[in-house]
Write a protein that binds this ligand. Sequence first.
Ligand SMILES: NC(=O)c1ccc[n+]([C@@H]2O[C@H](COP(=O)([O-])OP(=O)(O)OC[C@H]3O[C@@H](n4cnc5c(N)ncnc54)[C@H](OP(=O)(O)O)[C@@H]3O)[C@@H](O)[C@H]2O)c1
Length: 252
Amino acid sequence: MSRPQRRNILITGASSGLGAGMAREFAARGRNLALAARRVDRLDALRSELLAEHPHITVAVRALDVDRHDDVFTVFRELDEELGGLDRVIVNAGLGKGQPLGTGYFRANAQTAQTNFLGALAQSEAALELMRPRNAGHVVLISSMSALRGMPRNMTTYGASKAGVAALGEGMRSDLAGTGIDVSTIFPGYIRSEINEKVKKVPFIVDTETGCRALAAAIEKEPAKAYVPGWPWIPLAYAMKVLPLSVVRRMS
Ligand SMILES: NC(=O)c1ccc[n+]([C@@H]2O[C@H](COP(=O)([O-])OP(=O)(O)OC[C@H]3O[C@@H](n4cnc5c(N)ncnc54)[C@H](OP(=O)(O)O)[C@@H]3O)[C@@H](O)[C@H]2O)c1
């Protein structure tokens, strides 16, 4: 069965990195965009850039902190109305502030868990409230390769929050099986963005444009799961799932 084209796409965390990069990719494909993040000046600048290059699309922007859950529902409803119905919601807003557990950084770890997991839950709820009555739509959850196994050091809480996102995605997919609503969980490998700009040596990292091109292509296929970019992350995903933790620890 051919898939409906997703014309109206909401992306959270669109003020930088992967969110902004995916916005550029989907704008180039002629899609209308709803862009949300806290730094609305960045969203306005991105909107101007996209409309200059693609004058036929619509780009709506809203300030949104996904930790303010009531605002998530309000903003999603407003953007849905402004674009005439959201066909795809990309749950992308996230951060990577964690520190090793037990070293005095509970607040940073709690903030990472709050934004990455509870924020994704609020966004998924808000998206499905719009999509269930229409029995149509595509929810995309941006997880991470670090969700596949327990991660050491600064990545422990981040990886756990992204494992939660992946479990949420699979559960939603199971719950919505046989309906007109699709759910995809995307596991990005390392893609250069603000989240890792201070980290010098990052294995297999690709630049933002290359990474976002691969992300948009993967999302368009609407898979249950995708490891992106496929090389080397598909074989690495397989390896990470079967290797002993002592080996996985050295890979991360
Ligand atoms: N880059 C990678 O290698 C990589 C790998 C795997 C997964 N990911 C995931 O990809 C997603 C995008 O990250 P990125 O790499 O593009 O990093 P980034 O450049 O730091 O972008 C993060 C985005 O999330 C937004 N955000 C953070 N906290 C928010 C909040 N409370 N409310 C609303 N928006 C919030 C930020 O916008 P404001 O600050 O303007 O609100 C920003 O637009 C994240 O979920 C990240 O975990 C990235």
